[in-house]
Design a protein around this ligand. Sequence first.
Ligand code: NI
Length: 176
Amino acid sequence: MALRKIIKMPNSFLRKKASAVDTIDNDIKHILDDMLETMYNANGIGLAATQIGIDKRLIVMDCGLKTDDDHLEPNPIKMINPEITFLSKNFNEREEGCLSIPGHHAIVKRPDQVIVNYRDENFKQKELKADDLLGVCIQHEIDHLNGILFIDHLSRIKKEMILKKIKKENLNENRS
Ligand code: NI
């Protein structure tokens, strides 16, 4: 396994719509393992292949799993070609961030519950119903595969504010 470089805003690759995976081979399994390692290393809870510069519909997540005694256990999830088949009419608001937009957070409104169809590492078709943090995470990561970032869900003013700050941060970085 190896750490991959996470690409950041305003890299235009983040705006790319990723291509579907048609067969699972060792390469794909390898990428998924690297993605999980890269995500944990960056203290993230989700990562899309687009964020490491790979044009494939792959996402990984770990929002933890509550045990009976209320502890949080690791719960790594790998999804190939994930597709949302149901979005609830109820919405929820939650603060989101993104490893490709480090240091910026904002409240995003999204459907409360999702059902997602995907293929697992053995290319077996699976379905998962999710809400709460995992529900948000799935929507956020699938957005990445479609070139959409959480800031696109904000009001124009809020989005512009974050984009302006990123521009300024990049200028300062190049100067130092
Ligand atoms: Ni993200």
